[in-house]
Ligand binder design. Structure first.
Ligand code: ADP
Length: 293
């Protein structure tokens, strides 16, 4: 098959891992920087040009879209979809998952998924109300457009929480306020879902003195086996959002798994090196099973 990886970073671990996995299985692999794609609409034949040249036949795309490239990335994916090209990440689910609040709202009706108590309000919302509605101090304050743990703040006392929230409100930055899950103490779990199956899972631990367990913030990771409740939540979240490949982040709490986020373009380095699972290979196998159906 002709498979294109849509990525801005040809040298990134995830891009290279997918490239090698596809070549190993005998596919013709292309690397495309989606920001260099032009989308042509003419008659009823949508076409994609890459660096001013019309792209030849592509059977499947693997979008690796960074948070800052979401809008244009989703438009490029949509164009491929309109041309009948299989994608491991359709455009609508990408947009849905990138809006943290919208995706939590969509998942909130499922009996299989629990969250930390969370509140969202307009910029003029009363701060006392926000804090009290998640059970009071300590709270976690998160920028809605944050990634890699940046813009995630633990406020241990009320005056800090108030000044942080008021500052963000003044800056017109959208935030959510969340109860702090004390017992998960600087740890979270990530389940990698490919084609409705959990293919790998790891637990991440924050470095000493840090409560955010993101590997980008210096956390470490170990391979784990998920409980059935964790498996059910992760699979249900991905199913409801309509995503084929995702990293699902959860906290392990006294009341079971609590969903933090579904990442539609999960990095492969941490999960592959920690678990030794060839996740990229599983993604190529998904394409082999589903493209052209
Ligand atoms: P990002 O999408 O930027 O990674 P997350 O919501 O995943 O933001 O938060 C980053 C990290 O902070 C998580 O991996 C987790 O370790 C910690 N964390 C986030 N929310 C909570 C919470 N409500 N209680 C305890 N720890 C949390």
């Amino acid at each position: 098959m002709n498979i294109a990886i849509l990525s801005r970073g040809p040298g990134l671990y995830s891009t290279q891992s997918l490239l090698i996995a596809g070549q190993r299985r005998g596919h013709r692999m292309y690397l495309i920087d989606y920001m260099d794609c032009s989308l042509v609409l003419e008659g009823n034949r949508p076409r994609v040009y890459y660096k001013e040249e019309r792209l030849g036949r592509i059977d499947a795309i693997i979008p690796r879209i960074g948070a800052s490239g979401t809008f244009y990335g989703a438009s490029v994916i949509k164009h491929f979809e309109m041309m009948g090209v299989y994608t491991t990440l359709p455009s609508e689910p990408l947009l849905r998952a990138r809006n943290k609040l919208r995706s939590l709202q969509l998942l909130s009706r499922s009996p299989h998924i629990q969250f930390p108590k969370t509140v969202f309000g307009h910029f003029n919302q009363n701060v006392d109300f926000l804090l009290d509605s998640v059970g009071g101090i300590p709270v976690v304050i998160k920028l809605l457009r944050g990634t890699h743990g940046l813009g995630v703040i633990l406020a241990k006392n009320r005056s800090t929480a108030e000044s942080v929230i008021e500052s963000f409100q003044k800056l017109k930055e959208r935030i959510i306020v969340q109860e702090f899950i004390q017992e998960s103490a600087g740890e979270d779990i990530r389940a990698l879902v490919v084609g409705g199956e959990i293919v790998a899972a790891m637990k991440r631990k924050a470095r000493p003195g840090e409560f955010r367990s993101n590997l980008h913030r210096g956390g470490s990771s170990i391979h784990i086996k998920l409980t059935s409740a964790e498996i059910n939540s992760a699979l249900e979240a991905v199913r409801l959002l309509g995503i084929r490949v995702a990293g699902v982040d959860m906290l392990q709490s006294n009341r079971g798994p609590l969903l933090l986020e579904v990442n539609p373009s999960p990095g492969l380095e941490g999960i592959e090196t920690t678990t030794k699972v060839d996740v990229a290979g599983k993604i190529i196998e998904l394409i082999e099973r589903q493209a052209g159906q």
